[in-house]
Design a protein around this ligand. Structure first.
Ligand code: ZN
Length: 327
């Protein structure tokens, strides 16, 4: 039986191309919650939030939120809130072990259910989520900025509801829209409360901007954040143009996730060096092995969504499978 360290030692090493910003200067905000700042236009409108660092080593979001804070945004209407989530994990980042600081005690993007948040358990992540919760409860539109373990095309996660899919189309980038129901081991922020309720007008998106430490990922994060602010009507494109990628974004393509592939040990291995968004033509193609067990594609034209072994372990989702959705 392998260990996680042995698994990680065999994976591609990604250079840290970007500087990790010092976010200590953003500790004291105006919301009563550390590392959360709000800019109110004074005009009626939606409360829009961009949140970085749900995972402590996902620096592209932290760079983006830092730059937006520095820019001194002036919303046309409503309120813009900018925040850093798992600051404690971010503080512990060590470039020699860059995958270790995704979280301190547990994955912060799996605690967003009232049963966990109101429960008696304690962890660094639950404590921070409980601090953030009163603000998040007042947010109409949420953008949760993430990045990926592997170099892969950026994608926007709409959740399973039609309102989320429409919101992803309104934002218009990145190109790949992933329609999914989340993970069996806990609720994500983007599915929390009203965001996951079809009857609520609240809406949330999660964007995976590319590999954690790449320059491109940082640029995609900024571009996506700007498009989100424009789509929600709180900022004009003219005021954000300088932060955005040049040229029109590629037409979006939509993919529905049908199932997770969950490892049961550290012996799980992919059959190919998948990077994500590959389309496997034939049903029954072996895509992974774990000891004697083979994992095969369940249908033709099966799409590989965010494969990674960096957080491998029993019960961990290592890839999700989906199909193309015509829209
Ligand atoms: Zn993440």
């Amino acid at each position: 039986m392998k260990t996680l360290e042995q698994v990680r030692a065999q994976l591609k090493h990604y250079p840290v191309e970007v500087e990790f910003p010092d976010i200590a200067k953003w500790q004291h905000g105006n919301t009563g919650v550390d590392y959360v700042h709000s800019i109110d236009s004074g005009v009626a409108g939606p409360h829009v939030m961009i949140l970085a660092l749900m995972h402590g080593n996902e620096v592209s979001g932290a760079i983006t939120v830092g730059r937006l804070l520095q820019a001194g945004l002036r919303p046309l209407k409503g309120r813009i809130t900018l925040g850093f989530a798992n600051v404690e994990a971010y503080r512990r980042f060590d470039a020699r072990n860059p995958d270790a600081t995704r979280y301190v005690d547990e994955d912060m993007n799996r605690v967003w259910s009232s049963s966990r948040l109101d429960g008696a358990e304690d962890s660094v992540e639950l404590r921070r989520a409980r601090e953030l919760r009163p603000i998040i409860d007042t947010v109409d539109y949420m953008l949760d900025l993430h990045s990926m373990h592997e170099e892969a095309p950026p994608l926007i996660v709409s959740g399973p509801l039609e309102k989320g899919i429409r919101f992803a189309a309104d934002v218009g980038a990145p190109e790949h829209v992933i329609i999914d129901v989340g993970h069996p081991n806990g609720k994500r922020m983007r599915d929390y409360a009203g965001f996951g309720d079809p009857a609520s007008a609240k809406n949330a998106l999660l964007i995976e901007t590319g590999q954690h430490f790449s320059t491109r990922s940082k640029d995609v994060a900024m571009d996506s954040a700007c498009r989100f602010l424009i789509a929600t009507g709180v900022m004009a494109e003219l005021d954000l143009r300088a932060f955005m990628l040049a040229g029109a974004p590629a037409p979006q393509r939509f993919f529905r996730v049908t199932e997770p592939v969950v490892a049961t040990s550290y012996d799980f291995e992919f059959a190919e060096d998948y990077r994500g968004m590959e389309i496997i033509a034939k049903a029954g193609t072996v895509i992974a092995r774990e000891g004697a067990r083979e994992f095969v594609t369940p249908y033709d034209n099966c799409v590989i969504v965010m494969p990674s072994l960096r957080q491998l372990g029993p019960g961990v989702t290592v890839v999700r499978l989906g199909h193309v959705v015509a829209r």
